[in-house]
Design a protein around this ligand. Structure first.
Ligand SMILES: [Zn+2]
Length: 228
């Protein structure tokens, strides 16, 4: 017995990522960066700097018009850290977005020093992207692939979430649904040969950001004035 699925006819692009605020918060809303470029570093043993740089370059290149660019210049601060952690079975990567609402109220007004925007609930101010080498190896085995290839795909997928974009659905798990790197199904992304962000992922960015945030120099330090 097997099921025959019709090809997915429509567009299947990612969009908003409605998130519940962290640190005891109760709001559920779209989180967005309010500055760019977003600076990133990696402490992951399986995702070296060159791998993350290449992923960031792809996300920068796909944006037309430019919305939220990445920079690897962490001489002043970092906004995103890529790290290794155990997540949970089936999850090769996970991106955790921290907003201002409850995690750090009245603090981190760095933005005032550059483009003048106030951090408010729903503003992203730091992100951690975790990679789970055990689950990545499981996927590599299942797909006859290798750790480096799967990690590369996972890092690229997660950086889309770092920007703030959600996931495209995979109701039937067929390749015609796999139009975006940000498809919810790793099986579709890996098995259907999606290795980089697509025009459909760009649609997702443009859904989340009508315009990109103002720029903030990468050498600006975080501070905690409490006034905003
Ligand atoms: Zn995802």
């Amino acid at each position: 017995m097997f099921t025959v699925y019709n090809n997915y006819a429509g567009a299947n692009c990612p969009g908003l990522a409605l998130l519940r605020s962290q640190c005891g918060g109760t709001r559920t809303e779209q989180h967005r960066w309010i500055w760019q470029p977003v600076t990133f570093a990696t402490t992951s043993a399986i995702a070296p700097q060159a791998m993350v740089n290449a992923a960031a370059d792809l996300w920068n290149a796909i944006q037309m018009p430019s919305k939220v660019n990445f920079s690897s210049d962490t001489s002043g601060h970092w906004d995103v850290n890529v790290l290794d952690a155990r997540i949970m079975p089936g999850y090769a990567g996970a991106t955790v977005v921290y907003s201002q609402e409850f995690c750090n109220p009245g603090c981190l007004n760095r933005i005032l020093e550059c483009n003048g925007t106030c951090i408010r609930p729903g503003s992203i101010y730091v992100v951690q992207t975790a990679l789970d080498v055990i689950e990545i190896d499981n996927y590599a085995m299942a797909w006859g692939s290798d750790r480096n290839t799967v990690t590369t795909t996972v890092v690229r997928h997660e950086l889309g979430h770092v920007i703030g974009v959600g996931e495209a659905a995979a109701p039937s798990k067929i390749c015609s649904e796999a139009q975006a790197l940000l498809n919810v199904s790793p099986d579709l992304v890996l098995g259907c040969g999606i290795t980089a962000p697509t025009a459909c992922d760009r649609t997702g960015i443009n859904t989340v950001y009508s315009v990109g945030p103002g720029s903030c120099p990468t050498n600006i330090q975080s501070n905690c004035s409490g006034n905003c």
